[in-house]
Design a protein around this ligand. Structure first.
Ligand code: THG
Length: 371
């Protein structure tokens, strides 16, 4: 499909950083949680190597927070995810799939504990707020569910620690992965965590004040000139290399955590009240499909038209589908994620699509397999 202009209206939300993103020369957007999410600034290759070498500021306001606030907040959070949250610490984040009662994936947020009675679900692209509100209503829980005005700004890349230390203080260097601190910027407290949708290191600033957006952006750029700071965005190629999954692309409400390699985020034996746990337990051993990584040699410009969220046909029969694909500049391969039948994976060493052959790589990926 060719790219076309995006029409703007009230449904497509802008962010506090949108002016700065435009000024920085954004060249493509997608829409994520009904909000603009930049996808390209320069070329994919230049965006990629810059991220791996320097530091980038990403407008990821579309990573919306679904807030659970009230005496039953922890109970509701636990109902929604089959990952055991009983040991989550204050200001810790836990990657936890949200599943419905049938065991299918509705979202894959980072669950953040802000206080005993207050949680954020930092959601991917699906309307979790309504699911949470429905559960709260239906189960008579004492909890308010809302989407607060929080606008995450990610600072990603190997120089992220240096840049963040200049703006938020040396304390940021001590923050561990998926942990955070409440830090001040211009007198406003905000949650700062070591996280982000890349594997190049970095932080996410959960900025709570629209009017402070451009000031924060400008401060990061003013302090990062010698670090070659640039505007950037989540990148399809880097995240595929890193094995980070994208909800709505790689998985959706018709897939299970087992099929998507999210087994390690399930606690099937935990003594917790989670809506999906009975269904997920009953699924053990019955899995028929699996999301696997594939790596092809051909450049994306010559890529077979079938690659790109489309059917995989073997001997005239559709057996699976490609969910995501991108060119890896590091490995010089076209990487893809595909949902394939276990029977095929178990009975074959490799798959050939339009004359190109790839072996199967499990999630999380082992980079060495690509070389
Ligand atoms: N940051 C924040 N919110 C988000 C995302 C984010 N919301 C949407 C989307 N991304 C949610 N999905 C993911 C997917 C993967 C990760 C984070 C959010 C991730 N995973 C690590 C991994 O797979 O190696 C670590 C998971 C773990 O072991 O705990 O980082 O990026 N705020």
């Amino acid at each position: 499909m060719n790219s076309k202009m995006l029409s703007f209206n009230r449904r497509v939300r802008t962010t506090p950083y949108s002016n700065r993103v435009e000024e920085a020369g954004v060249t493509a957007y997608t829409v994520y949680n009904h909000m603009l999410l930049p996808t390209l600034f320069d070329t994919p290759e230049s965006d990629y190597w810059h991220l791996c070498q320097h530091v980038q500021v990403w407008d990821v306001s579309g990573e919306r927070q679904v807030e659970l606030n009230g005496p039953d907040a922890a109970k509701l959070a636990q109902m929604m995810t089959p990952r055991d949250l009983s040991n989550i610490e204050l200001l810790q984040g836990m990657y936890g799939p949200i599943c419905n009662a049938a065991g299918f994936i509705l979202n894959d947020p980072i669950v953040i504990k802000l206080a005993e009675n207050r949680f954020w679900l930092s959601v991917s692209d699906s309307d979790v707020k309504f699911f949470a509100q429905g559960l709260a209503q239906g189960y008579g829980l004492d909890v308010k569910v809302c989407e607060p005005d929080i606008f995450p700004l990610a600072v990603q890349g190997p120089k992220a620690d240096d840049l963040m230390a200049r703006v938020f203080g040396e304390i940021v260097r001590k923050i561990r992965f998926f942990r955070g601190e409440m830090l001040q910027f211009r007198g406003v407290e905000m949650y700062v965590a070591r996280s982000g949708w890349s594997k190049q290191c970095g932080f996410e600033i959960y900025m709570p004040d629209w009017s402070l957006g451009e000031t924060l952006w400008d401060e990061l750029f003013a302090n990062g000139e010698d670090l070659f700071v640039r505007a950037g965005c989540p990148q399809g190629n880097e995240r595929l290399e890193s094995g980070l999954l994208s909800y709505g692309n790689d998985m959706d409400e018709f897939d299970t955590p087992f099929e998507c390699g999210l087994d390690s985020y399930l606690n099937l034996d935990a003594d917790i009240e989670s809506l999906s746990l009975p269904a997920l337990k009953a699924m053990v051993g019955k899995q028929t499909r699996k999301l696997v990584g594939l790596a092809f040699d051909r450049s994306p410009h010559m890529q077979p038209s079938r690659l790109g969220g489309s059917d995989i046909e073997i001997d005239g029969e559709i057996i699976g589908e490609v969910r995501s694909q991108a060119w890896s500049f590091r490995y010089n391969k076209n990487l893809a994620l595909a949902m394939l039948p276990l029977s095929y994976i178990d009975n074959n060493d490799s798959i050939t699509i339009d004359g190109q052959t790839s072996s199967f790589h499990s999630i999380p990926f082992n980079f060495d397999l690509f070389v």
